[in-house]
Design a binder for this molecule. Structure first.
Ligand code: KIV
Length: 276
């Protein structure tokens, strides 16, 4: 019954928010990947990923849409539930889809669904200053939150495409400020997408919670990539920060292991994956 207490004695106990904070404090890079089904979840978990995200990227890589906008809360719940069945050690984060957190009550209701019906241990939402009240409200109800800043794919139609963010000094300053405000509001993790290396470093310096980067350079606390990108099966052009680990592996499992090892050894991201 007291599974959590029993698990503490295991050689590799399940990752939780405290583990992530401890990893940051000890300078151990946090390796994260997305997953969308039980088979890949098992494989990614066994390859050593610390965090598994059921991202709304599933709208693109699973459902074949051009953006993440059409993904629904029910889609995320379905995929979170099946991913949860494959995990043993990794910490499970689920994305809040587009417009599923436009008010405090809607955000609370949907994050409770992701946790109760999906089995998520943390929810991720895209937002800066405009979402402070939402993050505060979730944190006040003990919902663990990952705040996604930088390139926010749900805003693609507003920003006019998937572009590097924070290249001008004012926008960079605002992003650092937002990261700090989100932490103050109760965010447990900051996810930073597609920004110059220097900004990745500045955001990390501005907050005490773990900063996970995707195209945010090497000076953050961990890295995340979309599983299908590292397996080289994403259709069309892939972003500069992606590395196809399948190109040097004999199996999808080995590709995931190589990714985790590269993150832990700080071999990934290399200069060719970074923005200036
Ligand atoms: O939806 C997703 O998979 C994400 C990652 C790319 C960070 O948000």
């Amino acid at each position: 019954m007291y599974t959590q207490l029993e698990q503490r004695g295991m050689a590799e106990p399940p990752v939780n928010v405290s583990t992530l904070v401890q990893m940051k404090a000890q300078g151990e890079p946090i390796a994260c990947l997305t997953a969308y089904d039980a088979s890949f979840a098992l494989l990614v978990d066994q390859a050593g990923a610390d965090v598994v995200l059921v991202g709304d990227s599933l709208g693109m890589v699973i459902q074949g849409h051009d953006t993440t906008v059409p993904v629904t809360v029910d889609d995320i719940i379905y995929h979170t539930r099946v991913v949860a069945r494959g995990l043993r050690r990794a910490f499970l984060v689920a994305d809040m889809p587009f417009m599923s957190y436009s008010s405090q009550s809607q955000a609370l209701e949907n994050s409770v669904r992701l946790m109760q019906e999906g089995g998520a241990m943390m929810v991720k939402l895209e937002g800066g200053a405009g979402q402070i009240g939402i993050v505060e409200h979730l944190a006040a109800h003990d919902i663990p939150v990952c705040a996604h800043i930088g390139l926010k794919p749900q805003s693609v139609h507003k920003i006019g495409g998937f572009k590097v963010q924070g290249r001008d000094a004012e926008k960079a300053r605002k992003m650092v400020e937002d990261a700090h405000a989100l932490e103050e509001a109760g965010a447990d993790i900051i996810l930073l997408e597609c920004v110059p290396n220097e900004l990745g470093k500045a955001v990390r310096a501005a907050v005490s919670v773990p900063v996970i980067g995707i195209g945010a350079g090497p000076d953050v606390d961990g890295q995340i990539l979309v599983l299908y990108d590292i397996l080289g099966i994403t259709r069309g052009r892939v972003p500069k920060f992606v590395e196809n680990f399948m190109a040097v592996a004999d199996s999808p499992f080995e590709a995931c292991q190589r990714y985790v090892q590269a993150v832990k050894a700080r071999d990934y991201p290399a200069p060719e994956h970074c923005f200036s």
